[in-house]
Design a protein around this ligand. Structure first.
Ligand code: ARG
Length: 276
């Protein structure tokens, strides 16, 4: 059964580099707001051309990172496990995401107080297995709780390089058993665990990981990334995927790219969910 991918995005009307919570961000290297708007619209148009339906979360002044909707929650069927951000600069996003998701028919679940969890930025289904990044933003206890809420096997992956602080900056499932990853973002244990549960891993070089090659939006067999990832695009083509590049330089200045700007509302790997 084919489904129309449904994606949540938030326009960058109030986007900018107003604080520094990861190594990519520097208030002295501002994003160009007009260029950011253009890049964001181009990404949205491309996803729509590929058949996705895009819904919008209203932007809010003073919450510049609200554009990164991947972090709002993790969606599993009609459940939305709401984020609780590690940095207080982003915690103001939580009630807005809660409201949007509740008003749009999701059963919003919150983790217990004191648990950090940054949504689909750190929790990615590969088939029925939940790949779960932890340490820099989400914590490992949250990931175990999320696994229980969605009754899924969790593979916790410790993130060891602060440049790759969310799992979606260094890993992207493409299909059950297939994913893109940057080995340098994981420790030996994480790399071994990934190899064990994802038989076909497409490796990204350090250079292209730095261009956010792993931060890809997958729509069927189409894979959308920032520009500057030619080797990954060759490897994707060889593996039977159709890569698309779209420039997202202004969002890289905040430590984000294509995937971070999107949240799959029908679930990342809906096809792999139990009972489908
Ligand atoms: N500036 C944001 C932060 O540090 C970027 C978030 C990127 N989102 C993502 N899903 N990787 O939180």
């Amino acid at each position: 059964m084919s489904i129309t991918p449904h994606i949540l995005m938030c326009p960058p009307d109030f986007y900018g580099i107003e604080y520094e919570i990861n190594p990519w961000m520097s208030r002295s290297r501002q994003a160009d707001r007009e260029l950011a708007k253009q890049q964001w619209s181009d990404l949205k148009s491309l996803l729509e051309q590929l058949g996705a339906k895009v819904s919008l979360l209203a932007p809010v002044a003073g919450l510049p990172d609200l554009v990164f909707t991947a972090n709002a929650a993790m969606i599993y069927r009609q459940q939305a496990i709401l984020a609780h951000f590690r940095h207080e600069q982003r915690q103001g996003e939580e009630p807005l995401c809660d409201r949007w998701l509740s008003e749009n028919g999701f059963n919003v679940q919150r983790l217990p107080d004191g648990r950090y969890f940054e949504g689909a930025g750190d929790a990615l289904f590969c088939g029925e297995t939940l790949l779960a990044g932890y340490r820099i933003r989400s914590d490992i206890h949250s990931q175990q709780l999320v696994g229980k809420l969605v009754d899924s096997r969790v593979i916790p992956l410790e993130l060891v390089d602060t440049h790759y602080y969310h799992l979606d900056t260094c890993c992207c499932p493409l299909a059950p058993g297939v994913a893109i990853y940057f080995p340098g973002a994981f420790d030996d244990y994480g790399r071994a665990a990934l190899r064990e549960v994802v038989p076909k891993l497409i490796e990204v070089s350090a250079d292209e990981a730095h261009s956010f090659a792993c931060n890809a939006v997958v729509v069927g067999t189409h894979v959308v990334t920032n520009s500057g990832c030619p080797q990954l695009h060759r490897d994707l083509t060889a593996a039977g995927y159709t890569p698309h590049a779209t420039p997202l330089s202004e969002f890289v200045k905040a430590g984000g790219s294509a995937k971070c700007l999107t949240l799959r509302l029908d679930g990342e790997e809906a096809a792999g969910w139990k009972g489908n």
